[in-house]
Every structure is written in C-alpha cells, then in structure tokens.
Design a protein around this ligand. Structure first.
Ligand SMILES: [Zn+2]
Length: 222
C-alpha cells in the first residue's frame, strides 16, 4: 500500500508491510557484534580463514541450521522462554550432534547468532500480533512458511469470534502457497488455547474464545 498524502505531507500508511531479511543475512549483524574475529574479512589469508569456515558451514548445513532454530522456537514458544542462556544451551546441543566434524564450532556459532537474529525478528512480528500468546507460535510459523514467497509481507494477526485472522499481502504467483499456510495456521488455532497454547476448543458464551479446559474454567462444564 502506498503512503498517503495528507495536506501536502506524506503520511506513512499504518498498515505497512513487514518483511524480513533472510536469517543468514540478519545473523551477520549479530556475528559482527558477538564474534568480530569470525565476521572480519581481512586482507590477510590467515585472518580470513574463520570467515571462510563460518560461510562454509552455512553453505553445507543451511537447512539443518534453520531447522535447529525453528525447533528451538517450537519448544520455547513464548518470549519469556527465549533467554540468552536457553539460546546458548541450544546452540551447544545442536553442534554436539555434528560430533567429530571440523565445522562443529562454526555450526554452534551459526545457530547461536541465527537464533538471536530470529528471536529479534519474531519480537518485531509480535508488535503486529493482536492475540494472546498461546497463538503466537502459530503466527510465527505462518510467517516462516511465507517468507521468501514473491511479494510477501505481513500486515497483522488478530482474534475474531474465537478464530485467528491473518492479514498479509503477496504476489499472485504466491497466492496458493500463502493460502495453504494460512489454512494450516487457522486450523491449528481452532484447536489451540489462545491463552496458553494447550489443546483447546471453541467455547460459546456471550463471547467466543478458543480455550483449553483450564482457561475456560468451570463455567462451561455441565
Ligand atoms: Zn489454556
């Protein structure tokens, strides 16, 4: 959506598309801050080696690194759980599975900086989520599935009549893929407690909400 012009001044549209750079690219900024020795591309061949190994591990293990990052987010669905300590422990554990490979320590670094970048991106996404935290991970997964699709940008997520509503834009060529991801998210939200993420169902009262037994309380038990 273009910016609007009001009284001769350009006013940014509130519903600006949220797009995110690929994770490896976002991780580079974190790498520079935390591991300047690896990040630096020096003239000297010897100094350049760490950077070459780091880039190599992304090239050879890109999908595994991304999968490890997403698995962390699945197991730590809310922000409070995504602590520095938990992220560090996860990257150690992820690298442990590459036992004996020269690239183990670079893999650990890639997961570490990638996770920090991912958690930061998802915090940004949450500014546009207007539901309780039980659905946050569902929306994140929708966003991950659509990121990289032509013209994709996230506009927002909210709850209405007990169901999840997603707002986004994409090119016609990406319609099928994004619609499919949207369907998955909406169907998952329909059986997930909006408060806590536990299995839930739609509760009917004066208002409608998708909730687990605990959050629905005794009100609904007959
Ligand atoms: Zn609940």
């Amino acid at each position: 959506m273009p910016d609007r012009i009001v009284g001769g001044r350009i006013v940014p549209d509130r519903r600006k598309l949220l797009t995110m750079s690929p994770l490896q690219e976002a991780a580079d900024t974190v790498l520079e801050a935390l591991y300047p020795g690896i990040w630096r591309r020096a003239e000297n061949d010897i100094d350049q080696l760490p950077r070459l190994f780091y880039d190599g591990v992304w090239r050879d293990h890109h999908d595994e690194i991304i999968a490890d990052i997403h698995a962390f987010a699945d197991l730590h669905p809310v922000d409070d759980q995504r602590t520095e300590q938990a992220i560090k422990a996860w990257s150690d554990q992820s690298a442990g599975e590459l036992r004996g490979e020269y690239s183990q320590s670079y893999y650990r670094t890639a997961v570490h900086v990638g996770l920090l970048a991912y958690v930061k991106q998802m915090r940004e996404l949450r500014q546009k989520m207007h539901s309780e935290e039980g659905w946050h991970r569902i929306v994140e997964r929708f966003h991950d599935a659509c990121s990289g699709q032509p013209g994709y940008g996230f506009l927002g997520a909210h709850e209405k009549w007990g169901g999840l509503r997603l707002a986004y834009r994409c090119d016609t060529s990406a319609n099928d893929a994004c619609r499919a991801a949207e369907r998955v998210a909406v169907e998952r939200a329909a059986v997930t407690c909006e408060m806590c993420g536990a299995p839930g169902e739609l509760r009917w009262t004066t208002w409608r909400k998708t909730l687990c037994d605990v959050h629905a309380g005794n009100r609904y038990d007959d």
